[in-house]
Write a new protein. Structure first.
Length: 234
């Protein structure tokens, strides 16, 4: 097993985050500093910051209705609140699957199952994610069609085609449902900025067909076996 996958299954960080930890020299395998691409077996002694990591892992899966004002990270060196503060006592070492920015609410999965986390966030998986977006004022058909067709969100960077539906509109605001199959950093906010309609409110409502039904803002629960099975087979 690759060392970054091993660390992800330990709940240390995502695979990408584990690569950064490995590059910083904090991980050793049998006393030697680990390198990206190293493999480990059940016979190897893996240590992080001088502490031995067990090879026995029990996968845990949580669903969180993230409120505003929390960072999607395991820890923050500035002491700001993170989504880990919302987990129940006794929760294992898990990490967020993907990210919602500080001001975005809604569905967030946390797990120590590195394979599932990778599958849910890999661009090639094209797993749909549904968002509620609110902007001030009205929005034109021209603006909607630009969003649907894909729009430049940074120099040379285009968003993919997506589904955009107006669900409510009046003189003060417009609410829309946006379904994406990719997850670039702050993508929806950049898309709406590109058409001159900054996002006033953003909430992720669904991953695939998994919803937040019955889960209050800031609340968290374990996924059922059926939900885990569903996510693994998306």
């Amino acid at each position: 097993m690759r060392i970054n996958k091993f660390l992800a299954e330990q709940g240390v960080a995502s695979r990408r985050g584990s690569d950064e930890i490995i590059a910083s020299g904090r991980v050793t395998i049998n006393g030697k500093t680990a390198k990206a691409g190293d493999d480990v077996t059940d016979d190897d002694v893996v240590m992080l910051d001088g502490k031995i990591l067990s090879h026995k892992v029990k996968f845990e899966y949580y669903l969180l209705n993230k409120p505003k004002g929390y960072l999607c990270t395991v820890s923050d060196d500035k002491g700001r609140k993170t989504v880990m503060d919302l987990l129940p006592d006794g929760a294992g070492r898990v990490f967020p699957v993907g990210r919602l920015d500080y001001d975005t609410e809604g569905m967030l999965l946390l797990t120590n199952d590195g394979d599932l986390a990778y599958r849910l966030t890999a661009p090639q998986s094209e797993i749909s994610k549904t968002y509620l977006v609110r902007v001030d004022g009205s929005i034109t058909d021209v603006q909607l069609n630009r969003l649907r067709a894909g729009i430049e969100i940074a120099p040379g960077v285009m968003s993919k085609k997506c589904k955009v539906t107006v669900t409510e509109t009046n003189k003060k605001y417009t609410k829309l449902r946006v379904v994406l199959t990719e997850g670039k950093n702050r993508e929806i906010r950049k898309m709406f900025d590109a058409i001159g309609k900054p996002v006033a409110f953003l909430k992720r409502q669904k991953i695939g067909e998994l919803t937040l039904s019955g889960l209050d803002r800031g609340a968290v629960r374990r996924l059922t076996q059926e939900e885990v099975f569903y996510l693994k087979n998306l």
